[in-house]
Each structure stands twice: as structure tokens, then as C-alpha cells.
Design a protein around this ligand. Structure first.
Ligand SMILES: [Zn+2]
Length: 444
């Protein structure tokens, strides 16, 4: 049974906007994209759903999330000035105060927020990969769940790597068309060099995508370049030996073999021109997280340089513990505004980064990220007739500068409607809301 979704505008991303456009969907697949008249002629038997003054575009791809931390939204505001304290409070809450069920409900709540904002695919870094996978599956969200690995102590690198391997083996059992498994050595300051090397080899041998936090904070840069600062002090307190490599994070990750995996690197704020060139040469990808970077005071990543160098770049919200919302339209707007309206950055590039760019970052470029025949039917309808949006001269401009995830009317993943009429269709949101309130009572 074919369904035609029609709207005033269709933004295929891979081709020019279509006024009075339509997308025909059959099962999980897009079977036609064009003007309403043309598509109705091609599929005369199809059911037609018209959304009027709205835009249909590929679903948004959020390349960097931590859905399991959704219950920590607003929990760490007082620690934001001190990244070390922020990480410590977060880790304690997650490891010692939240049960596996809490983590699962937290991740599911985050997945609900995502599809409500038109996000159809996530790159989710998770300490509890199994809970994240279950959350994605429950809501019907597509994504890669990157199982995190921690371990700053080289003496424990084999043991910690063994734990990662075991977790990945379990996750692979429940991999599906929609939800895939990857690995994520957390960051250069939480994973020691031998462990980074082991994980890089493993990722290549097992063809696992790899995501990692990189070049995010001043503290990280001090640790790597000079072996001083709060991260260095933290390691010393734990009796962990650290010899600074005295290079940038990106060069260090190259030395450790991580760049050989063509990784997805989140943040990449503290990068110089040589680092950008290294990212380009090695085929590394960037998850640009402008709001989280600003909220934690880490700075601005050189987005225009990434795009000029043709580095595959997507947008990421990071966790709502730092960003407070999971909304790629907000991320896209911040990306342009924080780049001080660099003339190299256009609204259509931002729409691309939020869709096709993100799909490429996560290795889904053959299936999603654009509206084209044969692609997966991951699409979103965004209303454009709000008081805050009218008048509309150009739909991409209205999307990026005057809209947010709250304007999303419909979210479809692999042809299946997951959000419509202000409701997430596959889950009991009231039950989840009560559970989140329970977790909050426990944490506060
Ligand atoms: Zn992150």
C-alpha cells in the first residue's frame, strides 16, 4: 500500500526544493519524490495525506547523543564551571544511583524527545549499550549505539578491553536493520594509550564504527600537551602514571591508531590547521555540537574549516545533561550564529549537515539522509504556518532561523510513523514521565 505525503514544500536535500511537492512511500522505502501532480499521476491508487503549509524533508540525524543521561537534564548546572566536577557528579549518578531500569527509562525518554523533534537516527554513546539499544528499538528509532569503554590505567587496559569485547558480543545479538553496534573509547583523558590501540585494532578487525570525544576542553589539551591541569592531577591522585605525548589530541589519536578507523569525533574544538588536514587525510568525521560546547564554556569548533576541507560533518546535541535539549534545528541555528554568520555557511549547508551529513557520519549514507527513490523512508514533516514562522519566503531559512523541533508534525522511520498528533506512538509516555519523576526524586 503506497502512501503519498504532500506539503507546500519538499526539501529532498539531494536536489532542489520542490514547491507543492510529495513523497510516495511503500513499506520502508521511498518510491517517488516530485510535484504532487506528478506523484499522484504515478501512484493513482495511493492514499494521499496533505500537510498544507509545511515542509517534508529527510529525518534529522543526531550524530552525538547520550540518551541514557536524559534524566540528568538540569542536574549539573552548578558544576558547569568545573568540567572535572561535572564529569564526576555525572559518573556517580549514573554508576551508583541509577539502576539499569532507571537507565533504560531515561534512554527511552530521550528517544521519545528525539522523535518528537523529528530526529530519525542517532549516534548514541552509551555506558549501558544494552539499555540504549532496547530504548531505540522500543521507540522505533534508527541508530548506532556506540558501547563506551573507560580505563585511564594502562595496567588494566587488557581487562577493560575484555569487558568491552564481551559487551559488544552481547549487543551484536540484538542488532537489527535499524539499530547497529559501534564502540566508543570515551575520551583521551579517560582511556589510556594501550587501550585506545586495542580498541582501534578491534574496530578495524570487526568492522565496527568508532565514535570518540576529542579535542573538547582546555583541560584535555593541557593534559596532552604539558601533562598538567585537573585531569593530570586526577590521574596522579589515583596513582596512574601519565607521560604527555606533547602533541594535539588529533595527532595523538593518529599515533594511537584511532584515526585509522575513520572515526566519528565529537567536538573537535581545539584543532589547528594541521589537525584539520589530518582529519581530512584520514577520512575522520566530525560531530559538531555547538550548543553543548557553548554551555560548558569549551569554545567553538571551526565548522567552516571542516566544511571547506570537505570533512564529513554532522550535528550533535550531546547529552541533555549539558545541552538541555535534543533538537537539531536548534543545533543548526546555533551552528550558524556561533560561526558569526560566516559567509561560507549557508542555510542549505545546515539542512544538509542535519540530514545527509549526519547519515554519512554514521555510515548510513546509502540508506538515509536524502529523499530519493530507493532510499529508506525516514522523513519528517515540519509545520511552517506558526505565528513565529510566517511569512515564509524560503522554507530552508524558516526552518533554520525560525523553527524548532516543537514544530514537527510527523516523524516516519523506515516507513513507520513513530510520532504524530503530538504523541509518540509506540510507548506509554505517561508511564515514562512518572518514572522520570521517580528518578529525579532519588537523585535530588
Ligand atoms: Zn558526549
Amino acid at each position: 500500500m503506497t502512501t503519498i505525503y504532500a506539503a507546500r514544500w519538499v526539501l529532498p536535500v539531494s536536489s532542489a526544493p520542490i514547491e507543492h511537492g510529495a513523497v510516495a512511500v511503500d513499506g520502508p522505502t521511498i518510491v517517488g519524490v516530485g510535484s504532487v501532480a506528478e506523484i499522484q499521476l504515478r501512484f493513482p491508487e495511493a492514499r494521499v495525506e496533505s500537510f498544507g503549509e509545511s515542509v517534508i524533508l529527510p529525518g534529522f540525524v543526531n550524530t552525538h547523543t547520550h540518551l541514557e543521561l536524559t534524566a540528568l537534564r538540569g542536574y549539573l548546572e552548578n558544576e558547569e564551571h568545573d568540567f572535572f566536577a561535572w564529569l564526576r557528579k555525572l559518573t556517580l549518578a549514573r554508576l551508583e544511583r541509577m539502576t539499569p531500569e532507571d537507565i533504560r527509562d531515561s534512554a527511552t525518554w530521550g528517544a521519545c524527545e528525539a522523535v518528537r523533534a523529528g530526529i530519525t537516527c542517532v549516534g548514541d554513546a552509551s555506558d549501558s549499550g544494552m539499555m540504549s539499544m532496547l530504548a531505540l528499538r522500543e521507540v522505533g528509532l534508527r541508530g548506532v549505539v556506540f558501547q563506551e569503554s573507560f580505563g585511564p590505567d594502562p595496567r588494566l587496559s587488557e581487562e577493560n578491553f575484555g569487558k568491552l569485547r564481551a559487551k559488544v558480543a552481547e549487543l551484536r545479538e540484538i542488532e537489527s536493520e535499524l539499530v547497529r553496534v559501534g564502540v566508543s573509547p570515551h575520551a583521551p583523558y579517560t582511556v589510556c594509550r594501550p587501550q585506545l590501540e586495542l580498541i582501534a585494532e578491534f574496530a578495524i578487525a570487526e568492522s565496527l564504527p568508532l565514535m570518540m570525544h576529542a579535542a573538547e576542553s582546555k583541560a584535555e589539551e593541557l593534559l596532552l600537551r604539558e601533562g598538567v591541569g585537573i585531569f593530570a592531577e586526577g590521574l596522579a591522585k589515583r596513582g596512574i602514571e601519565w607521560t604527555p605525548p606533547r602533541v594535539s589530541t588529533i595527532q595523538y589519536l593518529n599515533e594511537c591508531g584511532i584515526l585509522g578507523t575513520r572515526p566519528l569525533l565529537a567536538h573537535c574544538i581545539r584543532v589547528d590547521d594541521r589537525d584539520v588536514e589530518l582529519l581530512r587525510e584520514t577520512g575522520a568525521k566530525v560531530a559538531h555540537c555547538p550548543k553543548s560546547n557553548a554551555k560548558l564554556g569549551h569554545g567553538r569548533a571551526p565548522l567552516a574549516k571542516f566544511l571547506t576541507a570537505a570533512i564529513t560533518t554532522g550535528l550533535g546535541s550531546d547529552s541533555v545533561a549539558s545541552n538541555n535539549t535534543c533538537d537539531l534545528l536548534e543545533e543548526a541555528r546555533f551552528a550558524v550564529l556561533l560561526a558569526l554568520k560566516n559567509p561560507l555557511l549557508t542555510v542549505s549547508q545546515m539542512v544538509r549537515a542535519a540530514t545527509a551529513g549526519g547519515a554519512q557520519c554514521l555510515g548510513f549514507e546509502k540508506g538515509i539522509g536524502v529523499l530519493g527513490e530507493g532510499y529508506q523512508a525516514d522523513l519528517v514533516v515540519v509545520g511552517l504556518d506558526g505565528t513565529h514562522q510566517l511569512p515564509v519566503y524560503d522554507p530552508a531559512t524558516t526552518l533554520i532561523f525560525a523553527s524548532s523541533g516543537r514544530d514537527v508534525l510527523l516523524t516516519i522511520i523506515a516507513g513507520r510513523e513513530v510520532y504524530r498528533d503530538r504523541r509518540v506512538l509506540n510507548v506509554d509516555e505517561e508511564r515514562l514521565k512518572a518514572r522520570i519523576n521517580e528518578i529525579v526524586r532519588k537523585l535530588s
